[in-house]
Ligand binder design. Sequence first.
Ligand code: DGJ
Length: 747
Amino acid sequence: MNPFYKSTYRTFATLLIIVVALFSGSRDASSQTILNTKSTSLLLQVEKGSRPQFVYYGARLFETDLPAALANAGKCFDAYPARLSNTAHPDALSVMMPDGGVTTDLQTESVQEGTWDGGHTLDIVCKDPLYPFFRVTLHYRSYTEEDIIEMWTDIFNSGNNNIMLHRYDSAFLPIPEGNVWMSSLQGGWADECHVYEEPLTRGTREISEHNGVRNSATAHSEVMFSLDGKPQENEGRVIGAVLCYGGNFEMRIITRYDGYHRFFAGISPRDAWYTLSKREVFTTPKVAFTYSENGLGGASRHFHRWARKYMLCHGGQPGDILLNSWEGVYMNIQEDQMEQMARDIADLGGELFVIDDGWFGSTKYPRDHDRQGLGDWEVLSQKLPNGLQNMAQRCRQAGVKFGIWIEPEMVNTQSELYEKHPDWVLNAHGRELAAGRGGTQMMLDLCNPAVQDYVVSVVDKILRQAPDIAYIKWDCNNYMRSPGSPYLKNPNHLAIEYMRGLTQVLNRIRAAYPDVAMQLCAGGGARVNWGLLPWFDEFWTSDNTDALQRLRIQWGTSFFFPAEAMACHVSASPNHQTGRIIPLKYRIDVAMTGRMGFELQPADISQEERDICRQAVSDYKTIRQTVQCGDLYRLVSPFDKKGIASLMYCSEDKKQAAFFWYRTEYYRGDHPAQVPLRGLNPDLLYKVTELNKVDGNPVSALDGKIVSGQFLMSNGFLFPEKESYQGGHNDWHSHVIRLDAIISLKK
Ligand code: DGJ
């Protein structure tokens, strides 16, 4: 159709539909407010003097669809349900007013629509006519290209008396009941991010974490809802939700008789009723939503793109290949040995050497074991006699950058810091000290500004004495075991004030040291969340470096977090956590799917193994950009017990891809199904290069061949069983294949 007629026709059709909708008694289309991204829409009804209504969240709506979306919306929901009178529905906001009233009626006062570089904003200011000093602003922000919409609120007390917040969620989303399944991540130390799938049934399902500071220690504040039945990787409608908060959280899915799952997400109000004083604004953390019709994988790719562009510190700049000293020497740090390790990683082609725990302490409390030293951040002269800057220079001479481990939120009772400031630790008033690791580790009270200054000064001191430090690993091996702050007046504010204190500290550090790369660690992945990651470049995915178990841990982590941030290190065999013996190739092949690094003593490996590592590093560099900043396609899940796991990354322009395949279980005679690839351009011809070949021999017959994207996406690779693979280790078959686009089949 001629474009002029087409647009006239569309306008006419829109008008017609609106007129029909208005006269057929459906909801008023005039007050609709829409927030669009490239492929999604959020539709609200907002009218002055009424409560803002949620209408729709899902696939992108076009003008002609709006009346249909309104008519089809079914039940009306307040966009941010507060505890109303005359209803017993669950709420996102529940407060007690100065007069003891506990109901709230949030009516729209004003609406502001705006734009920002990446999309649009919508701010709806609501006021309760009975309590005009109480205002809640509902904030919405869209990321057009990434298909993300964030929601959060500002809760404002303009009166002269305190208001008590009993619940103060960030966001609410109703999802029509049906065959809806939820995927969530659960785990524990060395077993992070196990993927759990469950159908949503009637009742209340809560996902929460209440340890104060390690909010992904067991549960995670991110979920996916598959709307078309059992979760699928590449098909079906999925809503993903990510609460961007590092502290205690609560996600609730409440399903009642009325045909909807109500999803709420926010800071956990448990032990945290918040007193909103006069003129105070309480800003809730953001929840980022996405919607995809390409299954879980589609939703993950949206989150990854958003994370790389807007959330991660230095996002989009691939991380260095590093050697971390922890599993190599633990706390036995010796200067010459450290220098040798730096030379070794340089020899392998790496770019950074990191000294982990054990380099600091005081003369009285040297950090020779985990019972002492935290808090006394002096360089131990018996370990590094020439200090940190000298070490950094030695690393530079060796050809790599230098990084250091710290755990500045913590203190051992066996430290000079604790002796000087026993009132700086968190502990319940009147109770015996509840210490963690080593029986002596306590958390510092970051609610106290003097302690915040101290923590900033720890980093300052280290980076001033050694300005060439390029990387900091920030660890956190404890949680609020015995909640109580000697500084805070209101114990209900502890968990929130701690996170505020930490935020202040991180803001100050980032303002002073914007270029230093930082890794977020909490005994592995107990702090992997989008509340804290914006100050960090990456996270330590797990203390478990067993490659087989890492396949699962990394798989679950990849639901919401991009490979660029996921530190994956090749470690020794037998593995230090599980005792499993795994061939080097398999360990390398697994580490290559994230930010690859090493966590071993290079002096302990053979010359042959060194050569394999050197080649692997060199090959990894050819796919690093694609792995760390490309689109992930998860192909076969290690949780599905199919005997294999497989995934791949494609560069955004689809000119390069990296394909990974692993045996997860082996029985002679079992022939796993071929895995068709995804995400390639069907019209491009790709050159196939197998990486990390054993003895230089490829397993795939396609190695070196030119193959179309279409062929690979219809067929995949055939990996025949080899009689004596890796000295008979058939159970450890793994393959890495790089695809480079050579030419297009289309003119
Ligand atoms: C826990 C971390 O996860 C490890 O990698 C290591 O840094 C130790 N702490 C050091 O104490």
